[in-house]
Each structure stands twice: as structure tokens, then as C-alpha cells.
Design a protein around this ligand. Structure first.
Ligand SMILES: Cc1ncc(COP(=O)(O)O)c(C=O)c1O
Length: 397
């Protein structure tokens, strides 16, 4: 039989999706599964975006430009200007989701064997994008005790080698919910300038900053123009995960010109979805105010309820819609599977993402899970009571 590539075999499974078959089996057995495992918001997509696709009159669904339609990129630049980020349409390359933006960025700035330093725990698919690009992830550990704040800058510095090409951060963080302060971004800026590295900031949750904290983008840093690359997406901002539209933003002309070559090889981002995303930019501020209010309420309920369970430790998120919870179990992979295979509480169970897959250091996160608070408050309350009962039974068995 012809052999699968080493790279293919090394590709990690998504920790968020690998338990799906067990969840499907549980559902077939009539068990209600509360999905806390995946960042699929239940928030309604803005009507204006849906209508843009429904009401259009095109009769040829053509390719768009590889870098994304001109009109859309001009409107994105205006949206950023409202957030004090001053970029031109030429500094923006539209991609098929933030996922493709990350892949093109990795391909454009790193060769096989190069290294990217990433604070862990991090968005699990960074492992997949790195493997696909032949790049080595060098993790720097952030800790639940500090709410997953930026690790000391000396910890980064110690890890820099001649193969280091970039530091990658996610702000606000998935899976931590941590929002980096201006001071933390400034520290990262100085280190990337000193060592001539790229600073890639995944800002797909930029709109989700809570408690009066302001999101501080890498694009706001003066003197970082050649180093900063921002990754963005409409998926979470407008609850449009299925549109598959994101973008790369950078003032570095070589970066954009190189990502364009990757973009040309895949021809174009989806045309209908660009129309929807362009229309979504007209979404009134009220929509975001309501969404933020909803997520803050959910977060508060979830965190309060989790903290009531003996042996559970949780870092309070300042942004995005995830938290990492430390549980009184030795192996959260086993626990998460057990929840779906062997347990129910009044006919219901929960699906969580074991946190091991969000770390690159072997053995870290084994007693942690990631919880996405993308469900209504009453469902979150039920989910936490299921978790409480499950921990009791699991630890007694
Ligand atoms: C941190 C982060 N970056 C990137 C993505 C990719 O998003 P998409 O490809 O849907 O834009 C996600 C999706 O969950 C994410 O959480």
C-alpha cells in the first residue's frame, strides 16, 4: 500500500473535535449533550449580512481577486480606522478564515525547521498549522495562577535561537480568555525589534474585551510596522463561522506580497461570503454592546458556579469566550471521554475540550479542560451541575 507522509502522520487531531464520535453515540442513546467544547457561538448572525447573500442579483458566481475584493478591503480599512488602526486596503489580504490567514503567514515567514515561540496554552490548531508548515513550536509556559498573563520576557529571550523567526500571541486568548495589556504588548514589541523577529497577533476575538478593558492591537505600536502581522476573522465577531472569511493585515509590504502568492495558488476567497462580510461591517454598535453584555453575564455565571465546586480552579477571563478550568482529575482526556461514554445526569451530559492539546509541552494541562461559554446562562448552570455530579461519580469509581 502506498505510504502516508511523515507530515501527515504527525498532524495532530483537534482536541476540540476528537471526541465528536463519542458525543454522537451518546446522542444516539438519547442523551442530551451540552457542547462546551467548541467556540461556535449561538448568537444570531447580523440580518444585514444574511440579507446581502439572499438579496443579491449576480448571475455568475465568479472568483474574486486573490487578495479579496477591493470594495471589501477598503471597507475593512475603514473599520480598523474606527479602532485607531490606520492601514490601507493594500495592507490587507482577505483569506478563507483566520485559519488560512495563519497558514499563509506561517508559509510566508518561516521555512521548515524554523521556530515560532508561543505562550501556552494556545489555540490548538497552531500545532496543526506548524506541522503543516514544517515549523517547530517552542512553547513558553503561562500559568493559571497568574490568570495566564504574559510570561516574564526573559523566558522568551532564553528561547530565542538562530532558527527563531516569530513570536505568536492570541489576544484575547483562546483558550485562556486573557487580554494582554498595553504594557505587555510593548514588552513583546521591544523583544521582537531587538532580535529582528515577526510578532504575529491572532486578534480574532478583538471585539470581546470585558470589564472596561480596552483591546490593544499590535498594529497600534509605533516602530513595529515591519514586524507586526495581525490575523483577523469575521467568524466570532459577527457569529459567522461558516462564512469562512478572515484576513492578514500588515504594513510590511514583503509579507503581504508573499502571502499574495499563496493566495493566488488557491485562486480566491469565497465570493458570497465576502459579500456577507462586507455587509456585516455595517452592523450597528448596539449589536456588539448586547453581545458583550450577554458574554459577560455568561462568564460571571460560569466562573461563579465553577468556583463553588470543590477542587476546581479557574482563571477569570477578561476577553474572548473561553476559560481553562483545572479539575480534580489526573487525566482530563479520560474524564472527557467518560463523560460522553459512561455518564449522564438526568439524561444529560457535557462535552468539554481536554486541555492537553492546547499545550505543546508534554504532560502539561492534563488536569485541565477548556470550557467555551457559548451557551445560554441556564444551560451553563445545568452544565456546571452536571460537571459537579460527574466529578463526584468519576472520583468515586
Ligand atoms: C484563536 C483562533 N484563531 C483562529 C481561529 C480560526 O477561525 P476561522 O478560521 O473560523 O476564522 C479560531 C477559531 O476558533 C481561533 O479560536
Amino acid at each position: 500500500m502506498p505510504a502516508i507522509s511523515q507530515k501527515g502522520m504527525a498532524m495532530p487531531q483537534s482536541p476540540i473535535r476528537k471526541l465528536v464520535p463519542f458525543a454522537e453515540d451518546a446522542k444516539k442513546r438519547g442523551i442530551k449533550v451540552f457542547h462546551l467544547n467548541i467556540g461556535q457561538p449561538d448568537i444570531k448572525t447580523p440580518q444585514i449580512a444574511l440579507d446581502a447573500v439572499k438579496n443579491n442579483t449576480i448571475d455568475v458566481l465568479a472568483y474574486s481577486r486573490s487578495e479579496g475584493s477591493e470594495e471589501y478591503r477598503v471597507k475593512i480599512s475603514k473599520y480598523y480606522a474606527k479602532n485607531d488602526i490606520h492601514v490601507n486596503a493594500d495592507d490587507i489580504l482577505v483569506t478563507t478564515g483566520g485559519s488560512e490567514a495563519l497558514l499563509f503567514t506561517f508559509g510566508s515567514i518561516m521555512d521548515a525547521g524554523d521556530e515560532v515561540i508561543i505562550p501556552e496554552p494556545f489555540y490548538a490548531n497552531y500545532n496543526g498549522f506548524s506541522t503543516a508548515s514544517g515549523v517547530n513550536v517552542v512553547p513558553v509556559v503561562s500559568k493559571i495562577e497568574n490568570n495566564f498573563a504574559l510570561p516574564p520576557i526573559e523566558d522568551f529571550e532564553k528561547l530565542i535561537t538562530s532558527r527563531t523567526k516569530a513570536i505568536l500571541i492570541c489576544n484575547p486568548g483562546n483558550p485562556t480568555g486573557y487580554l494582554y495589556s498595553k504594557e505587555e504588548i510593548k514588552k513583546l514589541s521591544s523583544i521582537v525589534k531587538k532580535h529582528d523577529l515577526f510578532l504575529v497577533a491572532d486578534e480574532v476575538y478583538r471585539e470581546f474585551a470585558y470589564d472596561g478593558n480596552e483591546h490593544y492591537s499590535v498594529m497600534l505600536e509605533e516602530g513595529l510596522e515591519e514586524h507586526a502581522i495581525m490575523i483577523d476573522s469575521v467568524s466570532k465577531r459577527y457569529s459567522m463561522c461558516g462564512a469562512r472569511i478572515g484576513c492578514i493585515v500588515s504594513k510590511n509590504k514583503d509579507v503581504i506580497a508573499t502571502t499574495l502568492k499563496f493566495a493566488q495558488a488557491r485562486l480566491s476567497p469565497p465570493t458570497y461570503a465576502q459579500m456577507a462580510s462586507e455587509a456585516a461591517l455595517e452592523t450597528p454598535q448596539r449589536y456588539f454592546d448586547d453581545v458583550i453584555e450577554e458574554y459577560v453575564a455568561r462568564r460571571n455565571t460560569l466562573i461563579n458556579k465553577l468556583q463553588e465546586i470543590d477542587g476546581v480552579k479557574v482563571a477569570k477571563p477578561k476577553g474572548a469566550f473561553y476559560c481553562i478550568a483545572e479539575l480534580p482529575v489526573a487525566n482530563s482526556d479520560d474524564f472527557a471521554q467518560w463523560l460522553l461514554e459512561k455518564f449522564d445526569h438526568n439524561g444529560a451530559t457535557i462535552m468539554v475540550a481536554p486541555a492537553g492539546g492546547f499545550y505543546s509541552s508534554e504532560g502539561l494541562g492534563l488536569n485541565q479542560v477548556r470550557i467555551a461559554y457559548v451557551l445560554k446562562e441556564e444551560d451553563l448552570i445545568t452544565s456546571v451541575s452536571i460537571l459537579k455530579e460527574a466529578l463526584k461519580q468519576y472520583n468515586a469509581s
